[in-house]
Design a protein around this ligand. Structure first.
Ligand code: NOJ
Length: 576
């Protein structure tokens, strides 16, 4: 049944177990704490939780340096606690995705330890070696400024090993069939323990060829099909959400032209242009990015995000655009990172202005795809720029005005809880915002609820409608004879706009406001006229069809799809 593609209308919430909730009072978040907060997440309305790496790790890259793929880091609990968590999530109808970090291991991983010690070990070929220092050893660093090289000499092995990321993260030779088989085993293991899929780390590097003689890696796209086939054989509704910051030209290679590779990818192209639009009030490049990333197989989906746990990577913008975003959101050097990005959280970037935050989130929730939000964003958490690199935006969740924001009873939290100043837990916390009907938390809950009731966004086809004002973005979605339309004003001044919905006949005349009472009828000339306030946004249903009626219709339609071709395409029209 087509409605089984749960990720098409999901709301995904990303969190790190380490910094979410500490139940045992040792200063480190844990699975028990997370399980206790499941009702909070359920109440917020999220339908899936993405856990950042929680496997055993020496934590030199926040867990993206795994030393045992089959174990929970003891600081977070046990495998038993993990299963209790996935079970509790399932009981609430929530799915769990987990990070799958298989481009590299930690240098501490027993595979690497054995590989470096013993040239005859079966693990030697699991990594990428060179006797001589490769010519391109000083190229291709992912963390410029911090990472000096991509090949490091290992005294024990007597050879150089390749590492796309930090030198403590040796790359696995993913072309090696034995490594591929192990990756499948890891996937199978966690699926068996209750997860619905993976956020796959660094996908272009996982599938790229590696070696001393490789100057331009070639992507081995078939590998993605192997992963998907195996996973869906084990559990039909599991998915992969790929981290692949690639150009639109290759999107189809990642999704697979027949929709047989990655189910979802983060839309980095839209993300960077979205920040440019927020910085400049010029939506032109954003529209271009939306159109460039429009083609995708029917079953594929974009993950739309604003900020994540890494820096806001602006590497794909043009020089003047990047400069505009830096000037608006990260003007000082200590706010910038790796010569290409901004390391701040969203709320400080937008000056804590709730109008602008709502605009940004409203946009994220109405972009083609599935929203992926980040813990703490629902309350507008800030950052701590005294912390190194990306840690500044990874501080513990601020639950209440109790010491350490209610995150831990310990006075030594794993990372400092932001305290004092405008972003301190004393003001910015979930408990206070829960009591305030106008808070960002309650706004987020309402917008999530509404987003779930507008499946057209996740399933439908979009069209950008012209308003002739570059500061205003109007997007319409059509799906199964229904249409919804969204207006966003990026400018800091009110805008008067006139537009035609493009939906023919009577239906196109009425726009029903889904978030308020600002319904719109069109004028004699067929145009809708509207004044949108500074940073204002509107969500409309075209024709004003009653949602609950439609819901039945969707389910019936799904049954029809599963039973063959739909005979009754007029059902939607009748119920209007
Ligand atoms: C991408 C992750 O998002 C980032 O946090 C990590 O450092 C690298 N991959 C290496 O795993």
């Amino acid at each position: 049944m087509i409605s089984d593609l749960w990720y098409k209308n999901a709301v995904i919430y990303c969190l790190s177990v380490e910094t979410f909730m500490d139940a045992n009072g040792d200063g480190v978040g844990d699975f028990e704490g997370l399980s206790r907060r499941l009702d909070y997440l359920h109440g917020l309305g999220v339908t899936a939780v993405w856990l950042m790496p929680f496997q055993a790790s020496p934590q030199r890259d926040d867990g993206y340096d795994v030393s045992d793929y089959y174990a929970v880091d003891p600081r977070y609990g046990t495998l038993g606690d993990f299963v209790a968590f996935t079970h509790a999530a399932k009981q609430r109808g929530m799915r769990v995705l987990i990070d799958l970090v298989v481009n590299h291991t930690s240098i501490d991983h027993p595979w690497f330890q054995e590989a470096r010690r013993d040239p005859g070990s079966k693990y030697r070929d699991w990594y990428v070696w060179s006797k001589k220092k490769p010519k391109n050893a000083n190229e291709g660093m992912v963390f410029p400024g911090v990472q000096k090289t991509t090949w490091t000499y290992d005294d024990v092995a007597g050879a150089y090993y390749f590492h796309r990321f930090y030198d403590h993260q040796p790359d696995l030779d993913t072309s090696n069939p034995a490594v591929q088989a192990e990756i499948l085993k890891i996937m199978g293991f966690w699926i068996q323990l209750g997860v619905s899929g993976f956020r796959m780390d660094a996908v272009p590097f996982v599938i790229g060829t590696k070696g001393a003689d490789v100057t331009t890696p070639t992507e081995q796209f078939e590998m993605l099909r192997t992963f998907r086939e195996f996973m869906q054989w084990r559990q039909g509704d599991s998915i992969v959400l790929a981290e692949a910051n690639v150009l639109p030209e290759t999107d189809m290679d990642y999704f697979g032209r027949d929709g047989d590779r990655m189910h979802m990818m983060f839309n980095f192209q839209v993300n960077q242009n979205l920040f440019y639009a927020l910085a400049s009030a010029d939506t032109g490049p954003l529209i271009k990015a939306m159109k460039a990333t429009k083609p995708r197989p029917a079953t594929a989906q974009w993950g739309q995000f604003l900020r994540n746990h890494d820096e806001l990577d602006l590497g794909r913008l043009e020089e003047d655009q990047r400069r505009a975003v830096f000037a608006a959101f990260g003007p000082e050097t200590h706010m910038q990172l790796y010569d290409r990005g901004i390391r701040r959280r969203l709320a400080p970037m937008l000056g804590g202005d709730q109008r602008r935050l709502e605009l940004a989130y409203s946009l994220q929730f109405t972009l083609p795809g599935t929203p992926v939000i980040r813990y703490g964003d629902e309350i507008g958490m800030g950052d701590d720029l005294d912390l190194p690199e990306r840690n500044c935006a990874r501080t513990p969740m601020q639950w209440s005005a109790e010491p350490n924001g209610g995150f831990t009873k310990s006075d030594k939290p794993v990372l400092p809880v932001i305290s004092g100043g405008p972003w301190g837990y004393e003001h910015v916390n979930a408990a206070t915002q829960r009591r305030d009907p106008e808070s960002l938390l309650n706004w987020t809950e309402r917008i999530i609820r509404m987003r779930k009731e507008v499946p057209e966004i996740g399933w439908g086809d979009f069209a950008v409608i012209t308003s002739r004002d570059p500061a205003v973005l109007i997007v319409r979605y059509d799906w199964r004879d229904n249409a919804v339309l969204f207006v966003h004003n990026f400018a800091d001044t009110p805008r008067e706009i006139a537009f035609a919905t493009g939906v023919p006949g009577e239906h196109g005349r009425r726009l029903v406001d889904l978030l308020g009472d600002d319904h719109l009828e069109c004028d004699e000339d067929g145009k809708h006229r509207l004044v949108v306030e500074a940073y204002g946004y509107r969500w409309y249903r075209v024709g004003g069809l009653d949602y609950l009626l439609r819901r039945d219709e969707i389910d019936l339609a799904a049954v029809r799809v599963s039973g063959g071709r739909s005979k009754d395409r007029s059902a939607g029209r009748r119920s209007r």
